[in-house]
Design a binder for this molecule. Structure first.
Ligand code: ANZ
Ligand code: ZN
Length: 677
């Protein structure tokens, strides 16, 4: 073997990358026979700094699938773009004075350069960043379609507020009472906010999980997040005040065991109820304190159960018993009706509260094992009423609900943990919400012809409790599109998860300047056949994207209602068993490996490192091993003689590269020269 025939990835890879760029090898047209199209997609990157090992793994995996699929004769759409809006670029701007536009453009440049250097087979003609006005024009257009249909709405709400990022957070972005991004403890604030009505889709988001091939644990996380609970609404009446208070319970079979009643501190009637009683001051103090605490913290099971008496009673509808009313922070306003019947014999939190406040604890379900209270399991009713005692609780559940229904004191009811999606952010670097506030006309949508509402350039990005955009007076002041009087633009921007909720649709028709996409075109590619990304998106992004697809489906804009037919969640690449992170100083970047060994070695190694859905530990020896393997493979191929006869051109032009240059393999020597012998 002559010296110039040695395996030289730098030369080989550069040569082929030039061929692919010149030939536009991986570009696909929108005129393909829909029966032959396949859409392979990896989650789009958030462009910050330069790509890391997780990106290499993600795109190497997707590229393997894309290449394989092309070889089966399919026409494969394999695009790339950037999720470019978001807090980090803005925080970076505050720290360094570099405008987000500039830092984002630089990161995108470096991501693109690396992806090309890795040789990922991307159709670059469809590339975009979600921060480009030609993209977010349509994000705004879609938002207005949602607004028209009542799916986007504005209301005052108790929201999660991150004091360091000075913005609200979606429930999904609060983890253990802290900001998912910066880790600060989250506070509660009352603010006017924009929401998307994802709760309208709760049932479909649950039911349609059977239609898609996703990892079971991801489906489970979505099911739990949506949190559908079947139960009943039961009315408890406060005679003194002449007011009915419904509660939501999943255990109407335990109604005879309700020994007290608890309201959430934010419940609008709490102060009214306590007014004039000896408890008034104590209640006010308690409520004020509770309001500053996060829901996650308040709801947690192991926290001491605090609360104070309201000095009033309600009547239990099944037995006419008067039970005392309390306010306690373990009851949340936003779930059910914001009030509960407390059954300390069978509910753990009620049990803890009853012990702390010396309230009666009653057994109404027998434990076949004879265990202690609280008992959450099944069994026959006891200590309830003659009609029900001895009846198995599941059956009693139905009979009690029927009875309540007949008496007009309740009915069966379903509750969801899922809340509407809070999409407004008091931050600069995001898609402006295309709404104008007019003193006379109220909330007025920006006319379609005036889209996009372009994000203005700012000098000062520092968040001040309201959006930095509020300071851009020239931009804020507009005429009302309805009446022509002076009005003001909405200054909040959209959550970045809005941007990434529909980018996969835009790839199908990225150049369209008349519409976000053409329906026939999108229908010819979608749904995505194989979606690949990190499991950290199991709830947020994947749930939002499913909701978005269903909403545009119902608007008649697409002909399918699930975006991702198959999902693959990749594991992390770790180092010495722990996650790579800047703070641990254990980050290794793909760049040096690609430079030293070639992209093929780096890509093969991350595929070889272990089952791709599991975490795997990086090893430099492993990289060396893969490099030796590729060198051997190269030498072996060098011993085979090229021939020009008799190879059929594949019908699929994307069976390109190798197959387009007919080579017939002829063995000079039938024995393997590698290690297998
Ligand atoms: C009486 C009862 C008895 C309950 C029992 C449970 C067990 P999931 O399953 O999550 O839907 N609850 C209702 N609204 C609440 C609120 N706003 N804040 C805190 N807790 C609330 O939970 C439903 C149960 O959580 C309801 O059923 C209610 O307590 C409580 F042996 O009612 B249950
Ligand atoms: Zn007006």
């Amino acid at each position: 073997m002559s010296e110039d025939r040695r395996y030289d990835p730098t030369a080989i890879e550069a040569r082929w990358q030039t061929v692919w760029a010149d030939e536009k090898t991986w570009e696909v047209g929108n005129d393909a026979d829909p029966d032959r199209t396949t859409y392979v997609l990896e989650m789009l990157p958030y462009p910050s700094g330069e790509p890391h090992m997780g990106h290499l793994k993600n795109y190497a995996l997707g590229d393997a699938v894309a290449h394989f699929t092309r070889r089966t004769g399919r026409i494969v759409l394999h695009p790339m773009g950037y999720d470019a809006f978001g807090l980090p670029a803005e925080n970076h701007a505050i720290k360094t004075g570099v405008r987000p536009q500039v830092s984002t453009a630089a990161s995108i440049e470096s991501f693109r350069e690396q992806f090309k250097r890795w040789g990922i087979s991307v159709d670059w003609s469809r590339e975009f960043g979600t921060h480009e006005p030609t993209y977010y024009r349509w994000t705004q257009w879609l938002f207005l379609k949602m607004f028209e249909r009542g799916l986007a709405y504005r209301r005052e709400a108790a929201v999660n507020w991150c004091p360091s990022d000075a913005t609200v957070l979606a429930n999904e972005q609060v983890v253990d009472g802290r900001c998912e991004r910066c880790g600060s403890e989250v506070e509660v604030r009352q603010l006017e906010q924009w929401f998307l009505r994802i709760t309208d889709y709760a049932d479909r988001l649950l039911e349609d999980l059977v239609k898609i091939e996703w990892p079971e644990h991801v489906k489970t996380m979505q099911r739990n997040w949506i949190g559908r609970s079947e139960g009943a609404e039961v009315v408890f009446r406060c005679e003194e005040m002449g007011v009915d208070y419904p509660v939501f319970t999943t255990r109407p079979d335990t109604l005879f065991g309700a020994t007290f009643f608890v309201m959430a501190p934010e419940h609008p009637d709490v102060l009214k109820l306590a007014a004039g009683t000896v408890h008034e001051d104590e209640v006010r103090a308690y409520v004020n304190r509770a309001m500053t605490e996060s829901n996650d913290l308040r709801g947690s099971a192991d926290r001491p159960k605090t609360g104070v008496s309201l000095g009033r009673t309600v009547t239990n509808p099944v037995n006419g018993e008067e039970i005392p009313m309390y306010v306690a922070d373990y009851v949340l306003l936003e779930y059910g009706t914001g009030a509960i019947m407390a059954v300390p014999g069978h509910d753990e939190r009620d049990h803890a509260f009853a012990l702390a406040h010396e309230l009666p604890i009653r057994r109404v379900i027998e434990d076949p094992e004879g265990g202690e209270l609280p008992y959450a399991g099944d069994g026959p009713l006891v200590g309830s009423a003659a009609d029900f005692d001895g009846v198995q609780n599941r059956e009693a559940f139905e009979r009690i609900v029927d009875w309540l229904d007949r008496e007009g004191k309740g009915h069966s009811s379903v509750n969801y943990r899922l809340r509407d999606w809070l999409v407004s952010r008091q931050r600069y670097w995001g898609c402006p919400i295309p709404i104008i506030h007019c003193a006379d006309c109220g909330t007025v949508p920006v006319p379609e012809d005036d889209l996009p509402v372009v994000l203005p350039e700012l000098e000062d990005y520092t968040p001040k409790g309201k959006s930095p955009l509020a300071a851009a007076e020239d931009w804020v002041s507009v005429k009302c599109p309805a009446c022509g009087k002076d009005a003001k633009r909405e200054t909040d921007t959209m959550d970045t998860f809005v941007d990434s909720s529909w980018y996969y649709l835009r790839y199908c028709d990225a150049g369209n300047d008349q519409a976000p996409w053409d329906k026939d075109v999108v229908d010819s590619w979608m749904p995505v056949s194989q979606y690949i990304g990190g499991v950290e998106h199991a709830i947020l992004h994947l749930l939002y994207a499913r909701f978005w697809t269903k909403a545009v489906h119902d608007m008649g804009l697409v002909g399918f209602d699930e975006p991702f037919g198959k999902l693959f969640t990749q594991g992390m690449i770790t180092r010495d068993g722990s996650k790579m992170s800047k703070s641990k100083g254990n980050v290794i970047s793909p760049r040096s490996y690609v430079d030293n060994y070639g992209a093929d070695t780096a890509r093969c190694y991350v595929l070889f490192i272990g089952p791709p859905d599991q975490d795997a530990d990086w090893s430099d020896e492993g990289v060396e091993g893969v490099h030796r393997f590729l060198s051997r493979l190269w030498r072996l191929a060098d011993e085979l003689e090229p021939s020009t006869d008799g190879i059929r051109q594949p019908e699929d032009p994307q069976g390109a590269g190798l197959a387009r240059r007919p080579v017939r393999i002829q063995y000079r020597d039938q024995r393997c020269h590698g290690s297998c012998q």
